[in-house]
Design a binder for this molecule. Structure first.
Ligand SMILES: NC(=O)c1ccc[n+]([C@@H]2O[C@H](COP(=O)([O-])OP(=O)(O)OC[C@H]3O[C@@H](n4cnc5c(N)ncnc54)[C@H](O)[C@@H]3O)[C@@H](O)[C@H]2O)c1
Length: 247
């Protein structure tokens, strides 16, 4: 039995993770912690899953790392600065394990991989991510990671800068620039989590689109992450690719 604790247990994702863990035959939910609850309840867990907020996650994560509690992080907002900080905490804890997963949906992981494969072959690439109106951060962690993967694949292939003749633009009109890739964020009631990656070349456009239609789409990935934690090397791992055999 894998003992699982959940941070953000009353949230949209956390509550679904609690229910999914409860139903998994090889897991036991030992603690569901939200704002105002004592984190000490998590000490009995083999794996702690965090779905809180970008503002809260670092304090939670540090608390877990200091106790050698393996942590699976779904909370978004992990850029290089936060990842470097987590690595520095883990350097002092040789048995510590943290897995940061920008997107637990298998379809989204494949979308990112396909985007990485396509990136060197096209002059232009832009990302449009679309989420429910309750999302507090923009762009999404998935969009940030997709942009980073596109950019690094282009660099490795020696692809030059993208053509863009824009000289004047209203603020935000060209989106955010993440690793030299323009990322546009839509926030709309009714949506869940969606992303399009657009590639443009000579007389052709390739669109790669993924839609999470229900938060249930993230649960197989969360379960795979919890089950895979014990087999991961110590330290920080980013992304689900390794656990899905895609690394
Ligand atoms: N990686 C993925 O696949 C994926 C998928 C969906 C959402 N997310 C991310 O997960 C996070 C949570 O999303 P959500 O839609 O469930 O948000 P939500 O606002 O519904 O839930 C967050 C919960 O965390 C709680 N919380 C805040 N601070 C806390 C703290 N210090 N300790 C304990 N609990 C705390 C809140 O009270 C709330 O119940 C967001 O960052 C979101 O972008 C990631």
């Amino acid at each position: 039995m894998i003992k699982v604790g959940v941070l953000g247990a009353k949230g949209r994702m956390g509550s679904q993770v609690c229910a999914t863990v409860d139903e998994a035959a090889d897991m036991e939910l030992v603690a569901g912690v939200d704002v105002g609850d004592a984190r000490e309840e998590l000490a009995a867990a083999d794996v702690v899953v965090d779905f809180t907020s970008p503002a809260a996650v670092m304090d939670n994560l540090r608390w877990c790392v200091e106790r050698d509690l393996a942590a699976v992080v779904g909370t978004s907002g992990f850029g290089d600065t936060k990842l470097t900080e987590v690595r520095s905490w883990l350097a002092a804890r040789p048995d510590g394990r943290v897995l940061v997963v920008p997107n637990f949906s298998v379809g989204a992981v494949l979308m990112m991989r396909f985007a990485e494969m396509a990136a060197p072959f096209f002059e232009s690439a832009e990302v449009i991510e679309l989420h429910h109106a309750g999302k507090v951060d923009a762009p999404s962690g998935t969009a940030g990671r997709t942009a980073a993967m596109i950019s690094s694949a282009r660099r490795a292939a020696g692809t030059g800068p993208m053509p863009d003749a824009t000289t004047t633009a209203a603020q935000g009109a060209r989106g955010a620039e993440v690793d030299d890739v323009h990322v546009h964020s839509v926030r709309l009631a009714g949506l869940v989590a969606h992303q399009e990656v657009l590639f443009g070349g000579h007389g052709e456009v390739l669109t790669i689109r993924h839609d999470s239609l229900d938060r249930a789409s993230f649960m197989p990935g969360v379960l795979a992450a919890v089950r895979g934690m014990a087999g991961l090397p110590a330290g920080l791992t980013v992304g689900l690719e390794g656990l899905l055999g895609l690394a």
